[in-house]
Design a binder for this molecule. Structure first.
Ligand code: NI
Length: 135
């Protein structure tokens, strides 16, 4: 088994809050992440595909192809968007890194043309990231 990873970046804004809670409760749980007018991040997304090397091409998956799959299904829908309001696949979700990442998995899992989706990672800051493997 071999693992191929493509890194993509996008910029987006969000406000972390639970609409079922009061502003005070939201502020207690989420602190400044819950400021009413939101804030932005330069997110890094890493997508890892697992599989076997094709004897004819020497590739598991052509990285140009993987790039196109990630951009058309995920990055174009998230880049320069408000994650609370602008993204169909995040509707009614609190846009934490965890929830964003699980939703990205759903967008990508059936679209990988060679090998299979193995792991995705989302970096919200240099020091904080989450990883998901679909279970
Ligand atoms: Ni944030």
């Amino acid at each position: 088994m071999i693992y191929v990873t493509r890194r993509e970046v996008f910029s987006a804004s969000h406000r972390i809050f639970n609409p079922k809670l009061s502003d005070e409760e939201n502020f207690r749980i989420y602190g400044k992440c819950s400021n009413p007018n939101g804030h932005g991040h330069n997110y890094i997304l890493e997508v890892t595909v697992a599989g076997e090397v094709d004897e004819n091409t020497g590739y598991l998956i052509d990285l140009k192809l993987l790039k196109e799959v990630i951009r058309s299904n995920v990055i174009e829908k998230l880049d320069h968007k408000n994650l609370n309001t602008d993204v169909d696949f995040l509707r009614n979700k609190i846009p934490t890194s965890e929830n964003i990442l699980i939703a990205i998995w759903e967008q990508l899992k059936d679209k990988i043309p060679f090998g299979k989706l193995y792991s995705i990672k989302l970096y919200e800051t240099e020091n904080n990231f989450v990883e998901y493997r679909g279970e």
